[in-house]
Design a protein around this ligand. Structure first.
Ligand SMILES: [Zn+2]
Length: 303
């Protein structure tokens, strides 16, 4: 195994937009600067949200932007047996229970922490979610390469969390942790919208006997209202005809100060130079980065 294996893990809910490009460029440069591998994984574990054709569209965009990946693309919807095996391991360890609480049942407790109501249901029940038992306290911490030291008591923030949903789909938390371990991922570079999942994922890694990767959370591009770029907030898909300019803009926002003259080059030339000069410590260390006028959004957003 190489010393560095990174990954980019988009959800196929629509085309890539500038916010996802920012994360992809950061992860790609970080992996290549370390001489490492960069994998791509399609996170379609939530099949309800998957849009037909979106995966192919994302892969074509990465290709057009020169963001080359290594190895086969892993697709979560084809890995359910792996998630099931992990769930069974947790069950053998006495780490899980089945829960039929509805949202309104839980709302009566008036807090976001699961109150442990179903902890005695340690044998499978139909039409029930599977939750991971979280002991109290459950202090976790990790050194984020962009944001610095992060701490959370998982018991105080979420408590016992869902690893397989009531509708039968595996939860994002379980799928990601199994995927990263099986793909040998050592370094995770992803958007800061996922920061508050990290301590739960670290606890899950510990229960499954996996090692914990290094994390770097990249600030989210937000509009004037502080909303993350998405189709809903008017982010356009990425036009391959402007690939070089958009990569240059991403590097500029990532604090890498690319030479102005590079903006007219091809993506490959720009990325090669970016890898040579890449320093993740120069990425702005905030959760949000206000979009500037150069970020591609549609008219509804600009007005
Ligand atoms: Zn319950």
């Amino acid at each position: 195994m190489p010393d560095y294996t990174g990954r980019f893990a988009p959800s196929p809910t629509g085309p890539l937009h500038f916010g996802s490009l920012l994360t992809a460029v950061a992860g790609w440069c970080d992996a290549r600067a370390a001489g490492g591998r960069w994998l791509v994984r399609i996170e379609d574990v939530d099949e309800v949200r998957t849009r037909p054709g979106a995966s192919d569209d994302i892969l074509r965009t990465l290709d057009a932007f020169g963001l080359t990946h290594d190895g086969e693309v892993r697709v979560q919807s084809r890995c359910k047996a792996r998630y099931q095996a992990a769930l069974e391991q947790l069950q053998r360890q006495g780490d899980v229970f089945w829960c039929r609480c509805t949202r309104s049942d839980l709302a009566r407790f008036g807090q976001s922490v699961y109150p442990g109501l179903c902890r005695l249901h340690t044998s499978p029940l139909n039409n029930a979610a599977v939750r991971l038992r979280v002991p109290a306290p459950c202090p976790q911490h990790f050194p984020d390469r962009v944001l610095g030291e992060q701490r959370e008591d998982v018991a105080a923030v979420t408590g016992d969390f869902v690893i397989r949903r009531r509708d039968g789909f595996f939860a994002y938390q379980l799928a990601v942790v199994v995927d990263d371990a099986e793909q040998g991922v050592t370094h995770i570079v992803r958007g800061a919208d996922l920061l508050d999942n990290t301590c739960r994922q670290i606890y899950l890694q510990q229960r499954l006997g996996y090692s914990t990767p290094d994390y770097a959370h990249i600030p989210l591009i937000v509009n004037a209202k502080g909303e993350k770029l998405s189709k809903q907030t008017g982010a356009l898909g990425l036009d391959a005809a402007h690939a070089g300019k958009l990569i240059w803009l991403a590097l500029d926002l990532l604090g890498q100060s690319p030479d102005a003259a590079l903006a007219r080059e091809t993506p490959t030339v720009i990325l090669t130079e970016a890898v040579r000069r890449w320093q993740i410590t120069r990425v702005p260390s905030g959760l949000q980065l206000p979009a500037d006028k150069r970020v591609p959004v549609d008219d509804a957003y600009n007005h």
